[in-house]
Design a binder for this molecule. Structure first.
Ligand code: GLA
Length: 443
């Protein structure tokens, strides 16, 4: 975690402002296009240079050393929202073991998901033995992980995937709070450096650091505590994506861009449409806080779980893409139905999620039917027509409502991957109940 400096927020909002009311590429003058291109490359270079040389202070502030001497540009950590698989929504504590993790890694490769960008394999809570070893190190549960974490990390890496692990900042993880508790979970409190070094030694690429009532159990304060682990990760040579989770309780979007690469914005998602719809609703005001290297995290995907219908599944993934959200699958990848694998594999939806400009969609109209839009790095626009109602609905918008200049825009239905007639006027689609149509407007 070496790339989350306040400068990102500033630069990104400047560019976002510059794009409010973005012109259609067909109507853009060559000079304007050149200026936009230069502005964008300036942003990317600016972000790329916010690397190791930036010093993160304990209070969460960051001091750039860029005035002292030029540094080589290095890639930003989590430049686009992380994608992958996480054990929690699939097995929680019950069935977590090394076989499940290996099976997920195998399936990501076999089902073509790795090639689409699903790269992180994250072991969530309940992986630990009940006590630290005599040197104070955390140990994997020997029954669940008989081969040890080291060999599991190697297994995942050998497949060209990245490995993630779960820790908690207090004295215990959340495992204790679940009814299906069948595992222990020791927190990193007073072992932060040792545990960060363990991640480094194991070759971990992604840390999920989950609050789990550390304020109640250990009297800890959120920003300082998450900042402490940020500083420990910054000492390491290894770039580790830093994902924090405190369920949106302290409005982390207001402070976490200086601390982490992603932060949860809500309480836990469950695999029912009201949960998905409510989480979408809670993201509407958060668009200005996220961008490359610093993402709002509306929680992991529940597709493939519970009674989510095919339309709800597509709406869940489609809206997560509009929100530039991490796409972490949490279901048995060997049992995906055609609807779920198709939705997870739609390259046009993934391209919106992974758009390099990283601009989270704004909600333009709210209610039972909604219109959301985001501008993309190449000047295209992504538009979501979301139907939260229980019956089919015709949802209309216009080129001007979505913030584009009038002109002849071509329209592609990214959800069905079909072209629609070009228009400079209204756009109308019939959208299924609890469904979404994602459009890409281009010239
Ligand atoms: C919290 C988190 C979940 C999961 C569990 C594990 O509830 O929000 O994502 O990590 O803890 O116990």
């Amino acid at each position: 975690m070496k790339d989350t400096a306040p400068v990102h927020v500033k630069d990104q909002s400047a560019v976002e402002d510059g794009h409010a009311g973005v012109r259609g590429r067909n109507t853009r003058t060559p000079t304007l296009r050149l200026l936009l291109t230069l502005a964008l490359s300036g942003l990317i270079l600016g972000l790329a240079s916010c690397g190791k040389g930036d010093h993160a202070d304990a209070d969460g502030s960051s001091t750039s050393t860029s005035t002292s001497r030029p540094r080589p540009a290095e890639p930003i950590v989590a430049a686009t929202p992380p994608m992958g698989w996480n054990s929690w929504n699939q097995v929680r504590c019950h069935d977590l073991d090394e076989a499940v993790v290996k099976q997920a890694a195998d399936a990501l490769v076999r089902r073509g998901l790795k090639d689409l960008g699903y790269r992180y394999v994250v072991v969530d809570d309940c992986w630990q033995a009940p006590s630290r070893d005599s040197a104070g190190a955390l140990v994997a549960d020997p029954i669940r992980f008989p081969s040890g974490l080291e060999s599991l990390v190697d297994y995942v890496h050998d497949k060209g995937l990245k490995f993630g692990l779960y820790l908690a900042p207090g004295s215990e993880t959340c495992a204790m709070h679940w009814d299906d508790y069948a595992a222990s979970g020791i927190g990193s409190y007073r072992h932060e450096r040792q545990d960060a070094e363990m991640l480094d030694e194991l070759g971990v690429d992604y840390l999920k650091y989950d609050w789990c009532r550390a304020d109640e159990t250990d009297g800890l304060e959120h920003q300082k505590t998450f900042g402490l682990m940020r500083d420990e990760l910054a000492r390491l040579d290894r770039p580790i994506v830093y994902s924090i989770s405190e369920y949106g309780d302290t409005k982390p979007w207001t402070w976490a861009p200086k601390v982490a690469n992603l932060w949860r914005t809500t309480s836990d998602i469950i695999p029912f449409w009201p949960s998905v719809a409510s989480i979408i609703d809670q993201q509407a005001e958060l668009h200005s806080f996220s961008g490359p290297g610093r993402w709002n995290d509306p929680d992991m995907l529940q597709v493939g779980n519970g009674p989510l219908t095919p339309d709800e599944t597509r709406a869940h993934i489609g809206m997560w893409a509009m929100l530039a959200a991490p796409l972490m699958i949490g279901t048995d990848l060997d049992k995906l139905t055609p609807d779920v694998i198709d939705a997870l594999s739609n390259p046009e939806i993934i391209a919106i999620d992974q758009d390099p400009a990283g601009r989270q969609a704004r909600r333009l109209r709210s209610g039972e039917t909604e219109v959301w839009a985001r501008s993309l790095a190449d000047g295209d626009m992504a538009v979501a027509l979301l139907n939260k109602g229980d019956g089919p609905a015709e949802i209309s918008t216009t080129i001007t409502e979505v913030g584009a200049q009038p002109g002849s825009w071509s329209i592609r239905n990214a959800s069905t991957r079909k072209d629609l007639p070009a228009t400079d006027g209204p756009i109308s689609e019939t959208v299924a109940p609890h469904g979404v149509t994602i459009l890409r407007l281009y010239s």
